[in-house]
Design a protein around this ligand. Structure first.
Ligand SMILES: [Zn+2]
Length: 472
């Protein structure tokens, strides 16, 4: 029995041994080759440990390690796909695996913002960029690729590198408000007739805080029973503490009586308007009408399309004076005859409008002009006497509005006229109704004059005159 067991064991071992001897050898690797290894750009390349064995196909535990021959390498400084071939050999057997490696850039660029503590943006103004830079680990300096967008109170910077990695950074804009609110009125001043009530419409608006009309405080008021100039003060502050103060006049006036019933001994103003009529004359007539103020128009006949205003002005009681037809210095001052032919032609045109021949004249450029020297020496000395001998009365002026000056505007006209009137008892004011801004100043000149006790009159043959003195 014991022998049988031994025999069976030996037989079994023999069978096993013969299997083992017959079992074939193969070369195997301990890594699969279907994995792709990924490395970040410029990172350290850590190679996987590859082992090869020479082993039995069935009895796998019978194996020996083999040397590996490696072909290929990976450079993490260059993006791309790499492969390394691992080869092992033993007797007639040979096997290899190929591992794949990818060197990639998945690092986002870095946007750096320059931030200045003292950098503030005025509310309502555009943010002025403080500066920024952008560096990418692969592309280097890509500041010029950064796009910026202002959204509300934020600036959003974004950039994408050549590998498709995006970076976004936000900056909060620090706003300040140093802009004062604006108080606006329906008109630059209020004019009311004595006894009338008045209402001043205004709004206050702030760029940041919006409508502040309700926050306006008004000090001062007009005595509607008493002619005068009343200054009201409007003050408003925005929520940032910016204060706006506006002073504005309310004129309480009394319409003038008709000139015939006026008999002033001093403080007389003769408003005169030269070179018209023009597109502004009709508006001027309305302003004068409102206060029953009569003025004097020294007209030129060349203004055909508006010349009907000469008749209209005359009908309303304004004086019409002759300012020659052409106002052309080279013509009217070329000879005494030429002056009269131009003057008379204009006189006829005025007659057609008014039914009356005017004897009031104003020389183009005034009697003291020197431009006439160019065309005829001494002509003004002759003319000033000649016109008087012919029954004319000529007028220069003693208050100039300066409205023919280069930088003239409505306010300078107003100030020049008021300052001129203040200095004398009788003023002959020169304005031009060909200038819209000069006409714009007329109402307030009248209001100022009425409030200060002046009487406005039209010129006539018995009016005081004013002569500059002849210079040619
Ligand atoms: Zn003129």
């Amino acid at each position: 029995m014991k022998n049988k067991i031994i025999m069976a064991t030996i037989l079994f071992l023999l069978v096993i041994a013969s299997f083992m001897i017959l079992d074939e050898n193969e070369i195997v690797f301990d890594l699969a080759d279907d994995i792709q290894y990924q490395f970040e750009y410029k990172s350290e390349f850590i190679e996987p440990v590859v082992k090869a064995y020479y082993q039995k196909k069935t009895f796998k535990f019978i194996r020996t390690s083999l040397d590996i021959e490696k072909v290929g390498e990976v450079n993490t400084s260059i993006l791309g796909e790499y492969s390394i071939k691992y080869k092992a050999k033993k007797e007639n057997n040979e096997n290899e695996i190929v591992l794949k490696f990818l060197v990639v850039d998945t690092t986002s660029p870095n946007i750096e913002l320059i931030e200045n503590e003292e950098h503030f943006t005025e509310y309502g103004s555009e943010y002025i960029e403080e500066g920024y830079s952008c560096f990418d680990n692969y592309d280097g300096d890509i500041t010029d690729k950064v796009t910026r967008e202002v959204k509300g109170d934020k600036v959003i910077y974004s950039v994408t590198d050549s590998s498709g990695n995006t970076a976004v950074k936000e900056r909060e804009i620090k706003y300040i408000d140093t802009t004062s609110p604006v108080i606006s009125f329906d008109s630059p001043y209020t004019a009311i007739e004595v006894g009338e009530s008045y209402y001043v419409g205004f709004t206050a608006y702030d760029l940041k805080d919006g409508d502040l009309t309700k926050n306006v405080t008004v000090t001062g008021e007009a005595d509607i029973e008493k002619i005068g100039i009343y200054t009201l003060t409007y003050v408003v502050s925005d929520f940032s503490g910016n204060v706006t103060t506006v002073k504005r006049n309310v004129y309480v006036y009394k319409k003038q009586a008709d000139p015939d019933s006026l008999n002033p001994t001093k403080k007389v103003v003769y408003l005169t308007f030269d070179d018209g009529p023009s597109s502004h004359t009709s508006r001027l007539l309305d302003i004068l009408d409102k206060y029953n103020v009569k003025a004097t128009f020294f007209v030129n006949g060349k203004n055909k399309s508006y010349f009907y205003n000469v008749g209209k002005a005359y009908q309303k009681g304004h004086s019409i004076g002759n300012h020659t037809y052409s106002h052309n210095y080279s013509k009217v001052y070329s000879s005494v005859d030429n002056f009269y032919s131009d003057l008379n032609y204009n006189g006829e045109l005025i007659y057609q409008q008014t039914g009356s021949y005017t004897k009031l004249i104003r020389f183009p450029g005034g009697s003291s002009n020197t431009v006439s020297k160019k065309y005829c020496k001494g002509i003004m000395s002759t003319l000033v006497h000649s016109v008087s001998n012919n029954g004319y009365k000529y007028f220069d002026w003693n208050v100039s509005s300066g409205d023919a000056g280069k930088n003239s505007n409505r306010n300078s006209v107003y100030n020049n006229v008021i300052n001129g009137i203040k200095k004398r008892n009788v003023s002959i004011v020169l304005q031009h109704d060909t200038k819209g801004f000069s006409v714009d100043a007329v109402e307030e000149i009248i209001l100022w004059g009425l409030a200060n006790g002046y009487t406005f009159l039209p010129l006539n043959l018995s009016s005081p005159t004013c002569h500059h003195g002849v210079k040619n």
